[in-house]
Design a protein around this ligand. Structure first.
Ligand SMILES: Cc1ncc(C[n+]2csc(CCOP(=O)(O)OP(=O)(O)O)c2C)c(N)n1
Ligand SMILES: *[C@@H]1O[C@H](CO)[C@@H](O)[C@H](O)[C@H]1NC(C)=O
Ligand SMILES: *[C@@H]1O[C@H](CO)[C@@H](O)[C@H](O)[C@H]1NC(C)=O
Ligand SMILES: [Mg+2]
Length: 569
């Protein structure tokens, strides 16, 4: 037994297993087939996808959901290139993921080998760590380092390059140094003087606001942040993927008065969110020019980006909120509920909710976005995982569909990436299955967004994942043409010169993509049909796709400021 020979593939698979990697998403070919098989033999689940981009999105979603990286396994050259989109998306979102790329044999380097590409170099821009083991013996060390780098400090993407010749080469087991699983990420606390200072600023604030980012969701800070909101009465605003850390239906949630809350807050406690485009850089006119920012972040280099914070708290979000609670509990102060500030916010929340309700009650067919989302939210269980992408579909959906639980919303994120939806949904369903919880995964996307990774429907059907895909179909990107207009355009002449660039084929039967693979497809035009289709889908485990035709010129209600839609242009 002592002189057991291990192949590079086996060494790699066992090293991943030792580092607690549970899922690999990928596409096999030369030279990585053996790696996928060795991984299965080592007890790692392998999910074969249809495009490396979607595989990498899925692996990174595992990272956000579980705090341990998923692995994306790809072949050399084009396989790796396709995964770069997923690496960049993960790195922008600060989600851990480890990409393992096969590469051409070392003795053919620079010779024009099959799918030869400078992969370690290429990945450097999209990752925190990018390396090739110098020998078979070094594989476990590099795997440990990649996994550790992906989850320590600010999480992100890491890359491991495995040349083809290493995959089947063998080494005697006793020659390989045993590397055990890395420690869980160390938890860092903020300086206590700074925490004390932050608490006194919070207490003096007249119009405080908590902003809860996906960093708070990632750090599993929900219990402490909920306590902070419940004990002290702060209004809070989640970022798109910070939704659910505190439930959206909590009375202190001011999402429906977002612009007003941002514009008028005098103190912002920023919990695991960056002052990037999603938060309008923290600058006027969207923020008050003299707002005091208490910035809490795990990454020192983030502190002071775009706005100089009044207090910088460097540390793990959950641990720092715990520190804040410790200081706040020294006396019995709470933020008074009947202030002008609350009145201003509540008023706005009421009128905004009224506007979308009025739109939702329009009974015309084809439906508008609001009618669709009100119907969907009536039926969705509170614990479902909502994956969402699109422009209007994502922006409007986010305002209407509430999340009650943290890490239950995944969307286009910091990078605004279309095509993430099905990969995220597949990862969510696989994780839910393993946890044996009754949560359903619902992927609500625009017709354009669906197209980016549409063939992953086959993956969903192959693994019988109980995912419900809802396509809000307006025949295009932001908006489209109805069938009649489209036919007119066809008649006039060349569609390439006349059809609006935003338009897609009218009434495209995306539902038949699902039925092609044995899932259930629904083509829906009315609220009643939608109600029935969604109810039926929720009551069974068969993968389903509900293709909802809406008015192709349906739009968002008027906004104080353009936000995601505009920026996504
Ligand atoms: C990878 C990528 N390509 C292109 C874009 C530009 N873009 C932003 S939103 C969007 C699609 C919006 O259309 P749809 O998904 O149908 O949603 P709708 O607004 O029509 O509801 C596109 C292509 C992007 N954000 N990401
Ligand atoms: C969603 O949350 C808001 C508060 O942000 C609340 O007013 C609304 O009633 C909730 N909707 C549902 C359907 O729970
Ligand atoms: C809601 O909006 C409608 C139409 O704009 C208006 O008639 C109604 O008075 C509003 N209700 C409230 C409570 O603001
Ligand atoms: Mg669309």
């Amino acid at each position: 037994m002592d002189d057991e020979e291990l192949s590079g593939a086996q060494l790699l698979a066992e090293a991943l297993r030792t580092q607690n990697v549970k899922y690999i998403f990928g596409i096999v070919g030369v030279p990585v087939i053996e790696i996928a098989m060795a991984a299965q033999a080592a007890g790692i689940k392998y999910i074969g996808m249809r495009n490396e981009q979607a595989a990498c999105y899925a692996a990174s979603a595992v990272g956000f959901l579980t705090g341990r990286p998923g692995v994306c396994l790809v072949v050399s050259g084009p396989g790796l290139i396709h995964a770069l989109g997923g690496m960049a998306n993960a790195n922008m979102n600060c989600w851990p993921v480890v990409v393992v790329g096969g590469s051409s044999d070392q003795n053919q380097e620079t010779m024009g080998a099959f799918q030869e590409f400078p992969q370690v170099e290429a990945c450097r821009m999209y990752s925190k760590f990018s390396a090739r083991p110098s020998s078979l013996e070094a594989i476990p060390i590099v795997v440990e380092k990649a996994v550790r780098a992906s989850i320590y400090g600010r999480p992100g993407a890491c890359y491991i390059d495995i040349p083809g010749n290493m995959v089947n080469a063998k080494v005697n087991k006793i020659k390989v140094r045993k590397i055990s699983c890395c420690l869980p990420p160390p938890v860092s606390l903020a300086e206590s003087d700074a925490v004390c200072n932050a608490v006194s600023i919070l207490k003096q604030s007249r119009r405080p606001l908590l902003i809860i980012g996906k960093g708070a969701a990632y750090s599993r800070a929900e219990a402490n942040i909920r306590e902070l909101v419940n004990l002290y009465g702060f209004p809070f605003l989640p970022t798109p993927m910070g939704k659910g850390v505190v439930p959206d239906d909590h009375p202190n949630c001011v999402s429906a008065a977002r612009s007003r809350a941002l514009q008028n807050a005098d103190v912002v406690l920023l919990l695991g969110a960056r002052l990037n485009w999603i938060l309008h850089f923290g600058l006027p006119p969207r923020f008050s020019p003299d707002v005091k920012i208490i910035q809490v972040d795990i990454y020192a280099e983030e502190l002071g980006n775009n706005v100089k914070p009044t207090v910088a708290l460097l540390g793990d979000i959950n641990a720092v909120v715990d520190q804040l609670l410790g200081y706040l509990k020294h006396d019995t102060w709470t933020y008074p509920l009947n202030t002008q500030w609350w009145k201003m916010l509540k008023e706005r929340i009421k009128s905004n909710e009224n506007t979308s309700k009025v739109l939702a009650l329009e009974k015309s067919v084809p439906m508008n976005y609001y009618t669709v989302f009100y119907c969907v939210r009536e039926l969705l269980p509170k614990n479902c995982i909502i994956v969402s992408e699109g422009a209007n579909t994502m922006d409007i959906g986010r305002t209407i569909l509430n999340n009650s639980l943290p890490r239950h919303r995944l969307d286009a994120g910091t990078f605004g990436t279309m095509g993430v939806g099905l990969g995220f949904a597949i990862a969510s369903a696989v994780v839910v299955k393993e946890q044996n919880t009754p949560e359903r995964v619902v992927c609500i996307q625009g017709d354009s967004a669906f197209g980016f990774s549409g063939m992953e429907v086959e993956t969903i059907c192959r693994y019988k994942l109980p995912i419900i895909i809802i396509i809000v179909n307006n025949n295009g990107i932001y908006s489209g043409l109805d069938e009649e207009c489209w036919k007119e355009m066809e008649k006039i002449g060349e569609l390439e010169t006349t059809a609006p660039p935003v338009s897609l084929l009218p009434n495209a039967r995306y539902d038949q993509v699902m039925s092609a693979f044995g899932g259930k497809g629904y083509f829906v035009r009315t609220p009643d049909e939608l109600h029935r289709a969604l109810e039926e889908s929720l009551n069974c485990e068969t993968p389903s796709l509900i293709n909802i035709m809406i008015n192709p010129s349906s739009d968002r209600k008027p906004q104080d400021f353009h936000w995601l839609t505009r920026s996504n242009l």
